[in-house]
Ligand binder design. Structure first.
Ligand code: F6P
Length: 552
């Protein structure tokens, strides 16, 4: 590493910068005609196939990226994460979400203590509790079974569980085990979200799970008070004990709120919010809905990738390769965005979850040592399932800006449909698009081709596609709880790889604090104006004008 400690000052970074000129002389059309190159860009692990041959990269690029990984001490950083070192240095914490899905007999230390027994103690408690609710042993205040669950939480205490829930909803095993039950998520402090969540539910048959790592998040605590009121006004204050449980690292505040600590499910400060879906944050609501065994399968899937990421050489390590390719696209080719395009409606909440994991983790301006970065870290993530996205923003990706795309496909649909007399199923139709889009982006269409097709000359510029637009394809065998866990862990680790290379702290989130404290100031003003008719003061002209109008 260079003496500045910045990766951008290393020879390896500079070599890659220089290499960009070589790559600019190539076109994916030509790169894809080299079968040996394409063969070297395939990775097959546990029936997951990664094809990155449509990246603007040659074997030389990949070699240089491995050299960069070495310069960034990537392997050492991964090892430090797994061994529980305090790699989240600004918060002085370990980063051990891998321990959340470790097998019972694994040993993972944090601060000299094996955390796996604590993890399993909570998992066992969740299993017992969720089974008692699902079987009707644990009933509500009026003796009725609790068949509906509202999970209150925001950010990392919401997006991951919502993604997994949405993905499981149509999995046959999960459908069977969720029969007659509902799981809803209340995240936004907007009263509309409250109304949408309670509409059609009866407090007598509803269990509310308050999910908050800190148990101080303003939105979650207000929503928790609102639903506590909803329950106690219908069933009396003592009903809260039967109808509200919590997931948090702050059990003191849970008790202060009025939830029995016996009905609280702990997790630990070594679990970052956006990496918490495999803790009680996700496991409790999902077990209530689908049963513990389905969720355990999900954890096993994530764990299989944890082991792969830890032990596989970089050449065939899916999260490492994905992370390095993102670095190549963002920091060298200058493409700041990434489109996440799952060809599965079940994955419709995948991109929103990854948005948080990626953008909250890597949207940083300084190195882990506090040195301002001379390059931009982080990337802009967005996405929609195919084929819906094709009819929305793909135009820009094909002929406007260059945005590297992740195409995620599944061999076997969760819900196949075959129409009589038609050979191609709905799923085949969907997947035809999954296979076609990467080639359309890579090859494009030239003016020559259009001329040969007798396209009228004035339309040729409009119908020309430059091509040479990078993508990668991930093909999963199916989409069950196990594969969903794998997909989650692939992206979690990919994002960590990017942060390790950029040399930033991917596990803090100071950038969200300023907005929160300014909101506190506004809240105080609203309170003072509403209760004592105090005029708006202490804000700039613009905010004063807007606030005054709002209060009128
Ligand atoms: O606003 C950012 C954040 O701190 C996230 O990192 C976190 O997942 C979310 O808020 C919710 O926090 P908590 O789980 O403590 O309520």
């Amino acid at each position: 590493m260079a003496s500045s400690g910045l990766i951008s000052d290393t020879e390896q970074w500079k070599n890659l910068k220089a290499h960009v000129e070589d790559i600019k002389k190539t076109h994916l059309r030509d790169l894809l005609s080299d079968d040996n190159r394409c063969q070297s860009m395939l990775v097959d692990f546990d029936e997951i196939l990664l094809d990155y041959s449509r990246q603007q990269a040659t074997p030389e690029t990949i070699h240089k990226l491995f050299q960069l990984a070495e310069a960034a001490s990537l392997k050492e950083k991964i090892n430090r994460m797994y061994s529980g070192e305090h790699i989240n240095s600004t918060e002085d914490r370990s980063v051990l979400h891998v321990a959340l899905r470790a097998s019972r007999d694994a040993v993972i230390q944090s601060d000299g203590k094996d955390v796996v027994p604590e993890v399993w103690k909570v998992l066992d408690k969740i299993q017992e509790f969720s089974e008692s609710v699902r079987s009707g042993t644990w009933v509500g205040a009026t003796g009725k079974a609790l068949k509906d669950v509202i999970a209150i939480g925001i950010g990392g205490s919401f997006l991951g569980p919502l993604f997994v829930h949405t993905a499981l909803q149509t999995d046959t095993e999960a459908v069977e085990s969720a029969r007659g039950r509902q799981l809803r998520f209340l995240a936004n402090v907007d009263p509309i979200d409250v109304a949408r969540n309670i509409t059609g539910l009866n407090p007598e048959t509803t269990l509310v799970v308050v999910v908050s790592k800190t148990f101080t998040t303003a939105e979650t605590m207000l929503n928790a008070r609102t639903l506590r009121e909803w329950i106690s006004s219908a069933l009396g204050p003592s009903a809260v004990a039967k109808h509200m449980v919590a997931v948090s690292t702050n059990l003191t505040l849970v008790e202060k709120f009025g939830i029995d600590p016996n009905n609280a499910f702990a997790f630990w400060d070594w679990v970052g919010g956006r990496y918490s879906v495999c803790s009680a944050v996700g496991v409790l609501p999902l077990s209530l809905q689908y049963g513990f065994s389905v969720v355990e399968k999900f954890l096993r899937g994530a764990s299989s990738i944890d082991q792969h990421f830890y032990s596989q050489p970089f050449e065939s390590n899916i999260p490492v390769l994905l992370g390095l390719l993102s670095i190549w696209n963002v920091s060298f080719l200058g493409y700041p965005a990434r489109a996440i395009l799952p060809y599965s409606q079940a994955l419709e909440k995948f991109a929103p979850h990854i948005q948080q994991v990626s953008m909250e983790s890597n949207g940083k301006g300084v190195s882990i040592d506090g040195v301002p970065l001379p390059f931009e870290a982080g990337e802009i993530d967005f996405g929609e399932p195919g084929t819906n996205g094709q009819h929305s923003f793909y135009q820009l990706i094909h002929q406007g800006r260059v945005i590297p795309c992740d195409f995620i496909g599944v061999v076997k649909s969760q819900q196949p449909v075959f129409l009589k007399g038609e050979v191609v199923s709905n799923h085949d139709e969907l997947m035809s698009n999954y296979f076609a889009q990467p080639d359309a982006l890579a090859y494009g269409k030239t003016a020559d081709q259009l001329q040969k097709e007798n396209v009228s000359p004035h339309l040729i510029p409009h119908k020309t596609f430059s091509g040479n637009r990078p993508s990668l394809s991930l093909l999963l065998p199916s989409l069950n709880a196990y594969n969903i866990g794998q997909l989650l862990a692939i992206y979690e680790h990919r994002i960590a790889v990017e942060g390790f290379i950029w040399g930033i702290n991917s596990f803090d989130q100071w950038g969200v604090e300023l907005g929160k404290s300014l909101a506190t100031q506004v809240r105080k003003q609203l309170n003072a104006s509403r209760t004592k008719e105090e005029p708006v003061q202490g804000f700039n002209f613009s905010t004063t004008t807007m606030l005054t109008r709002y209060l009128q």
